[in-house]
Design a protein around this ligand. Structure first.
Ligand SMILES: [Zn+2]
Length: 506
């Protein structure tokens, strides 16, 4: 919408676009979960009568994700979306930590585009086609096409209208053909989910209860225990083998999510996880199933009555042992202490008898930074450098039509977003880009050299105006240094006069 507004108004500068729509210029372009909506609504108020709720409900991916968020989480996320603090939304929704990643490039349905152009004279991005797992159009039941517009734009302010994108390839392979019907149904369920309303009726308890009952209904529960193998068999019997080519994370690398889904819910799962299971378990359409979960009766609070109090000398002894183990291994987490630190017994005893003390006297949970540290940046730096060298070698041969700026190196590397965001962790790449990126003047110089080379090959006289014209640079943009450089080249090559001469017609 923002990009289309720019097209309609003929605004080419993103800063100007943002000033128009947000009264400020540092709003990041995001396609899924936008923020600053209060300001946005106030700015477009005269041209468009949609309320903030309507923008969220009909033009973002929020509904599909908020459908599974407990009431308090929903409130926090919406608060961020309304206000200026939008940076935390992706983390709060769990999409950053999720193993299901959004598609790299935005997708389109060609048939939808034809209809859009017919009806509105232009095409637009459709939100439900951008959800992972959606590879067919829910309306036309045709395979989608991949565009060359990134889901996460490289430039912070790259708003790209669908009208300006290029369609690169169809999402069509043997796997999609074989499972066509299943994937069409999945796309339709995802499309429906986009219309879920945010009504504060969801909770982790209801989700846990729903999955427990779902297992029961399919005879996959023994007492209170879910038969996880039976669940997995049922799931894989429905989502047959070729599916793992389309969603390898779901089917091959991370199979444990299915177990967690049927256990007590403590965190949000990606909407795709829910929909895949619902479909495999023959549930009605996604909106009806969601409604049935929300209308489950609120579970009664159970009171925990402690009947046994251990003798105080035992409490003292266990506390002392645990504290000493923690002290000896200050950098380790609970899991390590229990398993590697041989403290499983002490931990279990305290967990049963002195839980409150244990919780406040244990190492804090190791957060996401742990994951980041696991990336071997040194190795990554080296391999990306290799990639940059290849790029450089290729570009050298290829063309003088573009400037090899810092942005050019980043955009054309194998992993633009990593180079963009983590350049400080990649010293070799940073040094390479800094030393190889061309300034405007260096670029002009390269074009002049190429022009001279070509003119000489054609046995043309090396006159200044000819060189400048061939290089495609306007004379008023040339620096003194470059004019001198042209003079000098003419001198060395012994062709033409030593002073800049003018085109014959001026
Ligand atoms: Zn379509």
């Amino acid at each position: 919408m923002i990009a289309r507004y720019g097209v309609h108004c003929g605004i080419t500068s993103s800063k100007e676009l943002l000033r128009d729509l947000f009264h400020q210029t540092d709003i990041t372009a995001v396609v899924d979960f936008p923020g600053h909506l209060k300001t946005f609504c106030a700015c477009v108020g005269n041209a468009c009568s949609l309320s903030i709720e309507e923008w969220i409900q009909h033009h973002t991916l929020y509904p599909a994700f908020l459908a599974f968020a407990p009431a308090d989480r929903q409130k926090q996320i919406l608060k961020s979306a309304y206000g200026r603090n939008a940076g935390n939304i992706h983390t709060r929704l769990g999409v950053c930590a999720s193993f299901i990643k959004p598609p790299e490039y935005l997708r389109v349905c060609k048939q939808c585009q034809l209809e859009q152009r017919d009806r509105f004279g232009e095409v637009y991005w459709q939100r439900s086609l951008q959800m992972p797992g959606v590879i067919f159009c829910p309306h036309h039941e045709l395979p989608l096409h991949v565009s060359n517009t990134r889901y996460h734009p490289i430039g912070k302010f790259d708003f790209e209208a669908a009208e300006h994108t290029q369609i690169v390839a169809p999402l069509n392979c043997a796997a999609t053909r074989e499972n066509q019907k299943l994937f069409i149904l999945l796309a339709q369920n995802m499309h429906l989910l986009m219309h879920a309303s945010c009504d504060n009726k969801m909770s982790f308890k209801k989700l846990s209860q729903f999955y427990s009952e779902l297992a029961q209904r399919h005879d996959l529960r023994k007492g209170t225990r879910v038969d996880h193998i039976g669940v997995a068999n049922k799931f894989h019997a429905y989502w047959k083998e070729p599916c793992d080519q389309i969603l390898p994370n779901l089917f091959k690398f991370k199979p444990e999510w299915l177990k967690s889904l049927f256990r007590k819910h403590r965190k949000s799962f990606h909407p795709l996880c829910h929909l895949l299971v619902w479909q495999a378990f023959n549930m009605p359409d996604s909106l009806s199933t969601l409604h049935s979960i929300k209308s489950l009766p609120a579970p009664k609070k159970t009171q925990i009555v402690q009947t046994y109090l251990p003798p105080s000398h035992q409490v003292k002894k266990h506390r002392k042992e645990w504290a000493s183990i923690c002290k000896k291994n200050p950098t380790k987490g609970i899991k390590w202490l229990r398993h590697e630190g041989n403290a499983a017994g002490i931990y279990a005893w305290l967990y049963r008898n002195d839980r409150e003390w244990l919780q406040s006297n244990s190492p804090e949970r190791i957060k996401a930074t742990f994951f980041c540290n696991r990336v071997n940046w040194e190795q990554r730096d080296k391999s990306l450098l290799k990639n940059l060298l290849i790029l450089e070698a290729r570009a050298h041969v290829e063309s003088v039509n573009f400037r090899k700026s810092k942005a050019w190196y980043i955009k054309n590397s194998s992993t633009p977003s990593i180079l963009e965001k983590h350049r400080d962790k990649l010293p070799l790449c940073k040094k390479f880009i800094d030393s190889h990126a061309e300034s405007v003047e260096e670029f002009q110089r390269r074009r002049i050299e190429s022009a001279i080379c070509n003119l000489r090959a054609e046995n043309e006289e090396l006159q200044t105006w000819k060189i400048i014209r061939r290089a495609g640079i306007r004379k008023e943009f040339l620096s003194e240094t470059l004019l001198k450089f042209i003079d000098k080249s003419q001198g060395i090559l012994g062709n033409g006069s030593s002073s800049p001469n003018l085109p014959p017609h001026s």
